[in-house]
Write a protein that binds this ligand. Structure first.
Ligand code: ZN
Ligand code: ZN
Length: 224
């Protein structure tokens, strides 16, 4: 189950023939709906706002994900980033758009992908969050804005760090360079870890007058 041994026409997960990147059986198995905290998307049997979010509300209002960042979906997401398979985002974008259409009734004005630092984008050749945002923009008919914030500091990937270090890692890592005139946005990322990255961006948008901020991502890490 890795990108090197995967070929078009095979399900990434179980290798059965499929017209997509993974088959319907694996889609049902690995992208099941789970009750989550509506604010941070951590798994929560009650489906109510979790203690952490009640105690320290983040700058964003809610988070929407379609799966956990856990085996085997983590392999799939790592492949799109580290084995140069940006096309793997397409199937996830479609799934995410379908779920959003079912559950979100009030779509945002614009989608804001989490920016990569210039040097990392040059190295990778693309920004996976931007590709995801572009697809969602097309599928949902919502505009995308990727010119208002920049990543001013190169940071270590959040998934490599312990919780305490994640906040420090992204502190002041972004800068608002545009003048966004938006009331309701969705910040787009591939994986949400502690939420510190999107919280930094949400803070900048709130300061610029944005009232409602959602976070949309493919997956959320578990066991914080
Ligand atoms: Zn499969
Ligand atoms: Zn929460």
């Amino acid at each position: 189950m890795d990108a090197q041994h995967w070929r078009l026409g095979d399900c990434f997960f179980c290798k059965s023939p499929t017209a997509d990147y993974f088959c319907e059986v694996c889609e049902t198995d690995f992208f099941k709906h789970k009750p989550r905290c509506p604010v941070c998307a951590s798994i929560n049997q009650s489906g109510l706002i979790c203690g952490d979010c009640l105690q320290k509300p983040p700058a964003f209002d809610n988070t929407f994900v379609i799966t956990d960042y856990a085996y085997p979906v983590d392999r799939y997401i790592q492949s799109l980033k580290y084995h140069d398979r940006p096309e793997f985002i397409l199937h996830c974008a479609q799934l995410l758009a379908n779920r959003l259409k079912q559950q979100v009734f009030h779509l945002p004005d614009t989608l804001v992908p989490v920016p990569l630092h210039r040097s990392r984008q040059r190295q990778r050749g693309y920004n996976q969050s931007q590709i995801l945002a572009k697809q969602l923009s097309r599928l949902l008919g919502v505009t995308m804005h990727d010119k208002d914030i920049v990543r001013t500091r190169k940071t270590v990937p959040q998934t490599d760090l312990a919780l305490e270090r994640r906040k420090k890692n992204v502190k002041n890592a972004f800068q608002m360079i545009g003048k966004p005139n938006v009331e309701h946005i969705a910040i787009i990322d591939d994986v949400i870890t502690s939420g510190s990255t999107v919280d930094e961006i949400a803070r900048l948008y709130k300061r610029s007058g944005c009232k409602e901020i959602e976070v949309w991502a493919i997956a959320k890490t578990v066991d914080e």
